[in-house]
Design a protein around this ligand. Structure first.
Ligand code: 5GP
Length: 262
């Protein structure tokens, strides 16, 4: 599929104009960054795995009625998506305290939260994605009204419920994750849909038994075996086969997905 002009290049992805108005092509790179770009590297094969893992999760979410930007995967590194205006807020859902939550508040690492906690960060690299309150989101109209913000919150919790079950079934604890949402017009109506990606780059995933980290913390904390951890997640989700490693990964044809606007 022919790509149009580059619309945006982020740390791990590039978005190009799509073949039709209102569509775009999302390309997954192998670049890894952490600590607001202070740590950078290339992890060979990461983009391919994230493309497949995110496709798998977003397709499943679509099936349970959560609208996402994914239309279909195109190839090893690219997806056809609906073009959205990204809401400049990162929605972070936490089930277990770790990462910035423990640093900020001195909560013991690994504390199981009594219910999922949603936090908000303003998406702004220059400011280091600062933590914000719901009031900031409404005051600065990053989300247009409280009804829309409540809708996003409810969607975050539904996604958490679904993903916790999905990962628990393959022996993985969903510790926390980051979601992004965008606004698009479907059938003449403005809608908020899930955008970006869900992958080991955007989630914390721990093995249920050993608590081994199977996510981007392996890069952030120099734990090594990054790609093996991502492959392990893909294998457990049944996306790649038991014996595959990244050089032999053979992905089937992308699943046909109805691209009729939802
Ligand atoms: P923390 O706030 O503890 O650093 O991150 C919480 C969760 O959100 C983690 O799963 C982390 O991967 C994800 N997250 C937060 N901000 C970002 C970001 O800017 N990029 C990515 N890839 N993930 C993020």
């Amino acid at each position: 599929m022919n790509k149009g002009k580059k619309l945006y290049e982020g740390k791990a992805k590039i978005v190009y104009e799509g073949p039709e108005k209102g569509t775009a092509i999302q390309h997954f790179k192998d670049d890894a960054t952490a600590f607001n770009n202070q740590k950078k590297s290339t992890v060979e094969g990461k983009g391919v795995l994230n493309n497949r893992i995110s496709e798998h999760i977003l397709n499943n979410l679509n099936q349970i009625g959560i609208k996402t930007h994914l239309i279909r995967r195109l190839n090893m590194r690219e997806q056809l998506i609906y073009l959205v205006n990204i809401i400049p807020v990162e929605f972070i859902v936490r089930n277990i305290a770790t990462g910035s939550l423990t640093k900020r508040l001195g909560i013991a690492d690994g504390t199981v939260l009594s219910k999922p906690l949603i936090e908000y960060s303003y998406k702004n690299d220059e400011l280091g994605d600062p933590l914000i309150a719901r009031e900031h989101i409404l005051e600065f109209k990053w989300v247009k009204n409280i009804k829309s913000l409540n809708f996003i919150n409810d969607t975050c919790l539904r996604i958490n419920d679904f993903m916790q079950g999905m990962f628990r079934g393959v022996g993985i604890k969903l510790v926390d994750f980051k979601l992004e949402f965008g606004i698009t017009t479907i059938d003449g109506k403005e809608q908020i849909i899930l955008a970006d990606e869900i992958s080991p780059d955007t989630c914390r995933l721990w093995d249920v038994v050993s608590e081994k980290k199977l996510d981007k913390d392996r890069f952030r904390k120099d734990l090594g075996n990054i790609i093996q951890a991502y492959q392990e997640v893909a294998r457990r989700l049944g996306i790649i086969h038991e014996e595959s490693n990244i050089s032999t990964v053979k992905f089937g044809k992308p699943k046909a997905v109805n691209i009729k606007k939802k």
